[in-house]
Ligand binder design. Structure first.
Ligand code: BMA
Length: 308
C-alpha cells in the first residue's frame, strides 16, 4: 500500500474519540443530535446543537466546554419553534441547522424555520447565551444554508445562502432583515463529488488570501446521496468573486459513525473555531444526521487546498 500523508488526502483530521456528542449526552428523550453552530464566549467553547425530538421536530440545546472537546449540555432547549407570529406559522416543523456569527458584541444566529411552506432563513441573536431573541424571518422559501460574514463589507452585512437548491448565492443587507443584490457565486460541478448540490457550511473565516468558506457538496449515487466538505476562497473586498475552489473534498464520510445513521454518508458542518495561536481550525460536524464530531485542520492547509 502506498503511504499517503493525511493532508494529501483529506486534511481535516478526526478527533480520535469521535463522536464527541451523542444522544446519550442529551438530557431529554430525543431522536438525534447533529449540525451544531459554534462560538467562543468568554473563555468557553459553545455549541448550539440541533436536537431532533422523538416527534421529529428539531430545537436547539446549548453545549459548553472549557477545552472544545468535552461538553456539558443544557438541561432544556434554549431555542424552539415559536408560538408567536411571525415565527409560529413558519416554524411549525421546528428550527434547524443554526450558524453563529459574532459581530462586535452580538452573536447572530441564522437558522432555518421549517414548515409546510418549506425552509426559510431566520435571524435571532444573543449577547450572553442566556437570553436568545428572535428578530425576523429573512428569506422566502426555499432557502437555507445561510452563513453570515463576521463583519460588514463596504457598509453591508453579507451572507451566503442557497435558494431553491441552486448553488451558493450571496446577498447584502443594511439591517440584517431586508436582503438584496443577490447573485450566484458558486454552483455544483458535474462529474465531481459536489455534482448534485452545494451550500455554505460555517460562517466564512477571514484570511490574508481571502474569505475561506467550508461548504458541503452532495453527490448522488445508486444508493443515495453522499455529503462531503470542501473549501473555496472568495475575494476579501468583493466576496461575490470566487478566487479558488478545491478539486478534492477536505472531509468525506469514512468512519462508521459517518457512514451509518439516520441519514447515511453525511458529514455536515455548521461551525468552526479558529485557534489564533496555533492557526488550527476546530471543525464541528454532524455525522450521519445522528451525532456530533470534531475534526481539526490547519488554516493554511485549508486555504492551500482551494488551489489544489
Ligand atoms: C441537508 C440539511 C442538513 C442535513 C443534510 C443531510 O439538506 O437538511 O440538515 O444534515 O441535508 O441529511
Amino acid at each position: 500500500m502506498v503511504e499517503k500523508k493525511q493532508w494529501q488526502q483529506e486534511i481535516v483530521k478526526r478527533y480520535e474519540k469521535n463522536p464527541i456528542i451523542t444522544l446519550d449526552d442529551i438530557p431529554q428523550a430525543a431522536n438525534a443530535v447533529f449540525n451544531a453552530a459554534a462560538a467562543r464566549y468568554q473563555d468557553k467553547y459553545l455549541l448550539l446543537l440541533r436536537v431532533e425530538g422523538l416527534e421529529g421536530k428539531s430545537r436547539f440545546f446549548l453545549a459548553e466546554s472549557a477545552d472544545g472537546i468535552n461538553f456539558k449540555i443544557s438541561k432544556k432547549p434554549v431555542m424552539e419553534w415559536s408560538n408567536e407570529e411571525p415565527f409560529k406559522t413558519y416554524e411549525k416543523r421546528g428550527v434547524e441547522d443554526p450558524r453563529i456569527t459574532k459581530i462586535e458584541d452580538t452573536y447572530y444566529i441564522l437558522y432555518i424555520a421549517y414548515s409546510h411552506s418549506g425552509a426559510r432563513i431566520a435571524l435571532a441573536y444573543t449577547k450572553d447565551f442566556k437570553t436568545f431573541k428572535k428578530v425576523a424571518i429573512i428569506s422566502e422559501p426555499e432557502n437555507k444554508d445561510a452563513a453570515l460574514f463576521p463583519k460588514k463589507i463596504n457598509g453591508y452585512f453579507v451572507r451566503f445562502d442557497r435558494p431553491i437548491h441552486r448553488g451558493m448565492w450571496i446577498s447584502y443587507s443594511k439591517d440584517l432583515i431586508y436582503w438584496g443584490n443577490s447573485r450566484c457565486v458558486m454552483e455544483s460541478r458535474p462529474g465531481y463529488w459536489d455534482s448534485h448540490r452545494i451550500g455554505a457550511c460555517a460562517p466564512p473565516i477571514e484570511t490574508d488570501r481571502g474569505w475561506l468558506e467550508i461548504y458541503h457538496g452532495v453527490k448522488k449515487t445508486a444508493s443515495g446521496s453522499i455529503y462531503r466538505l470542501g473549501t473555496a476562497l472568495f475575494d476579501l473586498k468583493d466576496p461575490s468573486k470566487l478566487i479558488a475552489r478545491g478539486e478534492a473534498p477536505i472531509l468525506s464520510p469514512r468512519e462508521y459513525y459517518e457512514r451509518v445513521g439516520d441519514v447515511d454518508n453525511v458529514v455536515f458542518c455548521g461551525g468552526t473555531i479558529l485557534e489564533e495561536k496555533t492557526q488550527e481550525v476546530k471543525v464541528y460536524y454532524g455525522a450521519g444526521d445522528t451525532c456530533i464530531c470534531l475534526g481539526i485542520a490547519n488554516l493554511n492547509h485549508l486555504v492551500e487546498r482551494c488551489f489544489d
